[in-house]
Design a protein around this ligand. Sequence first.
Ligand SMILES: NC(=O)c1ccc[n+]([C@@H]2O[C@H](COP(=O)([O-])OP(=O)(O)OC[C@H]3O[C@@H](n4cnc5c(N)ncnc54)[C@H](O)[C@@H]3O)[C@@H](O)[C@H]2O)c1
Length: 280
Amino acid sequence: MSLLSPYPAIGLNGAVVAVTGGARGIGRATAALFTAHGAAVTIGDLDEAAAKSTADEIGCSAVVLDVSSRESVEAFLAASGPVDILVNNAGIMPLGSFLDEPDNISTAQINVNFWGPIHGMRAALPGMIERRRGHIVNIASLAAKMPTPGGAVYGATKHAVLGLSTSVRAEVAELGVSVSAVMPSLVHTDLGSGASLPGPLSLEPEDVARAVVDTVRHRRAETVLPRWLGSAVDMTQLLPGGVVDTILRVGGLGERGLAAGNSAERAEYRRRVAGQAERS
Ligand SMILES: NC(=O)c1ccc[n+]([C@@H]2O[C@H](COP(=O)([O-])OP(=O)(O)OC[C@H]3O[C@@H](n4cnc5c(N)ncnc54)[C@H](O)[C@@H]3O)[C@@H](O)[C@H]2O)c1
């Protein structure tokens, strides 16, 4: 523990790390980076085949996982070992207008995006607190900080994840365990396919992975990505609503919002999420 941090340091080499939704996208890049630093990583994913092939490629372990089920999350963490670092990353973003979104798609987003981190933290924290060593990263989104027309329920789940993270962080801070929220702008993954934002606002999964791994060192409560956007977003909280609406319109996030179009990749992603919602 340093004078500046209430948290016992966690060295990456040999750390036990669990990453949800690790088969692809941000989870995959994060698992690969922790593995490259010498951590013992387990990824969990609903897509068992993809998880196993990702694990083979990056040299970590994989188990099937549904983050919306507490039992499944507990089994995942039991398979991972005594976790030092849990990354609650699994998420879905179907997109579409609020009024057109079927209830089962809204429910699936709440169950995966919000209940996932709740189950993850409730399952991992007791052991971390007992060992007085642990760090949790919740992957929220820039959508946690601003309106998300075209993804209203998605944005609401991410606001909820941020609120959950900062509150749980305060509850466990004195117990040697930290909780950080990472809030990326648009990332080039299946989930983000078809959506577009101006170039400087877009990220690669590896950019997010670096920021996640960095939280183990600095343990900040909130990280907006790209980093330069963080203060700009905080400033909008001080502006009158009309100015914020104008900024959203100019940034291409007006009424059209996060429309993702009908590319083949987007259609495939929509099919996957619809199937997931029907089965749950
Ligand atoms: N891509 C973006 O633009 C972006 C931006 C901000 C935040 N995020 C967040 O980052 C996280 C990862 O997103 P991504 O872009 O890498 O998505 P992705 O679709 O590329 O990967 C997500 C992975 O999670 C898995 N998954 C879905 N539901 C699951 C469940 N119930 N249990 C276990 N695994 C499940 C999927 O099978 C998939 O492998 C999400 O929480 C997302 O909301 C993404």
